[in-house]
Write a protein that binds this ligand. Structure first.
Ligand code: NOJ
Length: 560
């Protein structure tokens, strides 16, 4: 396997709105990030992925861009951004920008032109369709943020497609002029020295020809339906990605990761096989659905390790020879991983370290989401007014206000799955607003901040922070963590995830207990060849190798 910097890197995601405010307006900004660069360097990460900082009316916190070549007012200026880039580079850290090109904001100049008349030169930059004979919508697709995916625009009497909010019209990738325009914009950033791109919902850019309705048996054809089959991994997506690669990306030594909801392992291999020249890795979502019932994301169901491991294992095997995995358990769209897959009570620290061990010892590139390295937890706001996320608010309105669902049930689903869990401000210290801002934060701070914060973590040599630091440092010294072959052990165990990594004549054994009860490790052959403990999440070594304590993680070196 070819050795590359992006396989070896550890990425740290910053959600700028919630990271650090420098001017007291309650909103994180670029100068705030700049003031925390030493912290990132101390952690040891190689790349920072910055969620969008472009000009935006913030209907979806920057994922609705009104000017791709300028910075959002609340965050600062292009000069601040350049200072950030230099500050990162001075510390040996690369910068990965978020690229949101499935849609723009409806306030982008292209859309302002596009909606102004049917024969405007920008009309075909977006996806417009006339209504049916009685003014019906062009098809029955629902938007990912609730309601229909079509909005009637009074000016020309036609509908435009928006897979997300109505302020996020989808761009028409079938139009070569639009594609050229996007490539020019990407070149603008790459020429400034950007080192990587995270591409937002990039597998949604090609829609099925004719935009067919999704017919559910027994339902009226106009009933709203999930049309994913007609826009996820669509007919021309590989052609478009290869074109973008050839026309722009291949000219730079950069890292690319595509966000690809609904991509199977087979799809992912097509996206990331190096010979195909599209992307380097994707964010897959299969493991993010382990706690969803038949009703989808908000239909909260219990997850099991068996299910989670089966999925992760499938992806490890599926991309063993071709393609490359990204490794993540949370980001700005997902609840906090320690609350979801660990224990955010008694075993918070131990279980957060166990999950970190998983993320850094599977094969792939680990992504750390801000606050994960101090074990930040989900938040439980009790009034809806405290939530700011458009996905949450639309979903609540559709289900409770309009649909009559039970408030408590939906609030509970928000507590478990809502995106604002990950977006509460970074907890820096025990002072007012957790040291995030001197003003009132745009989203309330998690009330637990006096206990869980960076200052506390840095002062405790046994903290989650230092465990991450150790894992990252280990990875730099041990190519086996990056390139070693993965092999699953104990495939039927309900609470243990066990595997080996092997590179040349070196072999490591990874043991992870996902349960609060101690577990017996039935691996006598492997355990009899242990030479030493490389890293573990308990301060002392267990008196017996055969027992893993609650949420214990151990990485052993085996005799070759
Ligand atoms: C995925 C992003 O991660 C999410 O935050 C956003 O709402 C949607 N794409 C739409 O851009």
């Amino acid at each position: 396997m070819k050795r590359t910097f992006w396989k070896e890197a550890v990425v740290y995601q910053i959600y700028p709105r919630s990271f650090q405010d420098s001017n007291g307006d309650g909103i994180g900004d670029l100068q705030g990030i700049i003031s925390r660069l030493d912290y990132l360097q101390k952690l040891g990460v190689d790349v920072v992925w910055l969620s969008p900082v472009y000009k935006s009316p913030n209907d979806d916190n920057g994922y609705d861009i009104s000017d791709y070549e300028d910075i959002m007012d609340e965050f600062g200026t292009l000069k601040d951004w350049e200072q950030l880039l230099t500050g990162l580079h001075d510390r040996g850290i690369k910068l990965m920008m978020d690229l949101v090109i499935n849609h723009s904001s409806d306030e982008h100049q292209w859309f302002v032109e596009s909606r102004s008349s049917k024969d405007n030169p920008y009309r075909d930059y977006y996806i417009w369709r006339p209504g049916g004979p009685n003014g019906e919508r062009p098809n029955n697709w629902s938007s990912i943020f609730s309601g229909p995916a079509w909005e009637l625009d009074e000016t020309t009497g036609e509908y435009y497609l928006h897979l997300f909010s109505r302020k996020q019209p989808d761009l028409n990738w079938d139009n070569p002029k639009l594609r050229e325009e996007l490539y020019k914009m990407i070149t603008f950033w790459l020429d400034k020295g950007v080192d990587g791109l995270r591409m937002d919902v990039i597998n949604l850019i090609s829609k099925a020809e004719g935009l067919p309705s999704f017919q559910i048996e027994g339902e009226a054809p106009e009933e709203l339906a999930w049309g994913g089959d007609y826009f996820m991994n669509g007919p021309r997506v590989h052609e478009f990605l290869h074109e973008m690669n050839q026309k722009v990306l291949s000219g730079y030594d950069i890292m690319t990761v595509g966000e690809t909801p609904g991509a199977s392992v087979e799809d992912a291999v097509l996206y990331t096989d190096e010979d195909r020249e599209e992307l380097q890795m994707v964010f897959q979502f299969e493991h993010m659905d382990v706690d969803s019932g038949p009703g989808g994301k908000w239909d909260v169901a219990p997850w099991t390790l068996t299910k989670l491991r089966d999925i992760l294992h499938k992806w490890q095997i599926g991309q063993a020879d071709k393609g490359w995995n990204s490794l993540y358990l949370n980001n700005h769209d997902q609840p906090r991983m320690v609350s979801r897959f660990g224990d955010d009570g008694k075993y918070r620290i131990i279980s957060a370290k166990m999950l970190a061990t998983l993320l850094h010892t599977l094969k792939g590139t680990p992504y750390i989401y801000q606050g994960e390295e101090i074990g930040m937890t989900n938040v439980k706001f009790t009034t809806l007014e405290d939530y700011k996320d458009i996905e949450i608010l639309n979903m609540y309105r559709e289900n409770v206000t309009e649909g009559g669902a039970d408030h408590e049930t939906i609030l509970n689903a928000i507590h478990v799955k809502g995106r604002d869990n990950a977006r509460t401000p970074m907890q820096w210290d025990a002072s007012a607003n957790a040291g995030f801002s001197e003003g009132e934060p745009w989203l309330k701070v998690n009330p637990i901040y006096k206990e869980i914060n960076v200052e506390q973590a840095l002062a405790d040599s046994d903290s989650i922070f230092y465990y991450y630091q150790e894992l990252i440092a280990l990875r730099k010294k041990n190519p086996i963590m990056v390139y070693g072959e993965y092999k699953l052990l104990l495939p039927d165990h309900e609470n243990l995830y066990a595997y080996t990594r092997t590179l040349d004549d070196e072999q490591w054994l990874i043991l992870l207990n996902f349960n609060e009860a101690p577990q017996t490790v039935d691996l006598s052959a492997e355990l009899s060849t242990v030479t030493d403990l490389i890293i573990g999440n308990y301060p002392d070594e267990s008196p017996t190798r055969e027992i893993l304590r609650p949420y214990e993680a151990r990485v052993y070196r085996l005799q070759s």
